[in-house]
Design a protein around this ligand. Structure first.
Ligand code: AMP
Length: 214
């Protein structure tokens, strides 16, 4: 298979993968991995181009990565979800945990496609039942995150999803909450990573994957 024929093949692969969840084909990493690279990089390029930089939001000095243009484009939104799904392939996953609020957009779609449960981690005061709490520092402030105490069953295998990894404070708090309620955090996945902030260090030793790096 050459790279020009690959996008069509990829669409067919995804169609089968979506339509028959019980009998999903596996990607093999032999000759296909050679063809996968150009296709993936074209998609990543389009996704990256759709992320809008908004300087000085929500305060001076922060360049906010606005994903709303990506979300409003049906192809790009689907492509972004497919990146997470591809990364989840082959893993035994019980729950997707998404971080308030943009982590819900990606995490819930991923959970839906995988056929697993979704758990929200929310900013303080938003969850109605008993919660565990974790404090964290943002790139632009201080806050607390909460998770329902019964959101996970002991030892459930969890993937953490958010739109963006900056300093890592938010996702480190989320990881702490997952551990507090008894979950096993397999990996943290982000659409975007601000690599210069080295946030992944905060999640150590949890494996971290991001798709668009700045
Ligand atoms: P941090 O705790 O510093 O890793 O911040 C990550 C969280 O804050 C994520 O939930 C992001 O949605 C949000 N965030 C932090 N910095 C930015 C940014 N520059 N652009 C967009 N969202 C951001």
């Amino acid at each position: 298979m050459n790279s020009t024929s690959y996008p069509g093949a990829w669409q067919s692969f995804l169609a089968v993968w979506r339509e028959d969840p019980c009998n999903r084909p596996e990607l093999t990493f032999s000759s296909r991995s050679v063809a996968f690279a150009p296709m993936a990089s074209a998609v990543l390029h389009k996704l990256r181009a759709s992320v809008r930089d908004v300087p000085d939001f929500p305060k001076k000095g922060i360049v906010f990565k606005d994903i709303t243009p990506l979300l409003s484009d049906p192809t790009l939104f689907r492509d972004s979800i497919d990146l997470f799904l591809e990364r989840c392939r082959g893993k035994e996953i019980d729950k997707i945990v998404g971080i308030d609020a943009r982590g819900f957009l990606f995490g819930s779609a991923v959970a839906y496609e995988l056929g697993v449960g979704f758990v929200p981690i929310r900013k303080r005061g938003k969850l109605p039942y008993k919660t565990e709490t974790a404090k964290y520092s943002l790139e632009y402030g201080q806050a607390e995150m909460e998770m329902h105490i019964d959101a996970l069953i002991a030892d459930e295998r969890v993937i953490l999803v958010d739109d963006l990894l900056a300093t890592g404070g938010t996702s480190a708090a989320a990881a702490a909450l997952i551990h507090k309620v008894g979950g096993r955090l397999l990996e943290a996945q982000f659409l975007i990573e601000l690599e210069f902030l080295n946030g992944r260090r905060q999640l150590d030793p949890t494996p971290v994957i991001s798709f668009l790096k700045y």
